[in-house]
Design a protein around this ligand. Sequence first.
Ligand code: PRP
Ligand code: URA
Length: 209
Amino acid sequence: MGKVTVTDHPLIQHKLTLLRDVNTSSKDFRQLLTEITMLMGHELTRDLPIQDKVIQTPMGTATGKEMAGKKPVIVPVLRAGLGMVDGLLNLVPGARVGHIGLYRDPETLQPVEYYCKLPKDVSEREVIIVDPMLATGGSLAAAIDFVKERGASHIRALCLLAAPEGMEALQKAHPDVDIYVSCIDEKLDDNAYIVPGLGDAGDRIFGTK
Ligand code: PRP
Ligand code: URA
């Protein structure tokens, strides 16, 4: 079973409270989401492979460390996942960015694909799928299916909030994927929105309500 990490650092909890607040503007929402993603990214990247690197300091030779292998690929699930890209790129500027376009059909709640663009060599990279909301888990599970179909095998998912139902569904669908989440909320409502949640993440990021 994949590992579940709840990144409940005090700073994340503080910023998450601001972000959930219905009175928070889109501008502040985006800024807070970037800041939380950076804090979560610190934990998410903890076990990325590194190797020795010999350099010259002004005082002599030192053996430091550098990231090993190909750079990871960050894959936001459009639209709301876009709000988490900058936070990770701030930490790993050389990362590649793929995109998966999915929306949840409001009637069936099933994910509908409309776009997919990933690096050709995605199978050789660590894949970090980002989406702030893990509600039923259908969208994230479908996004993981896409990257697996293209050969990826090292996949982790970074979400801001999850519902217990979605966590269970995702773990069942993709037991090999590690999940990082800042809070597991109480439940889903009758429209499969996370409660207490933060509302519609895409609308709050892009001001489209
Ligand atoms: C939201 C969210 C997830 C999905 C979660 O996207 O960003 O992708 O819903 O729901 P699920 O776990 O039940 O599948 P939405 O479909 O609203 O699209 P948007 O990001 O374009 O607004
Ligand atoms: N998508 C969102 O944006 N918010 C939810 O609570 C559930 C799905």
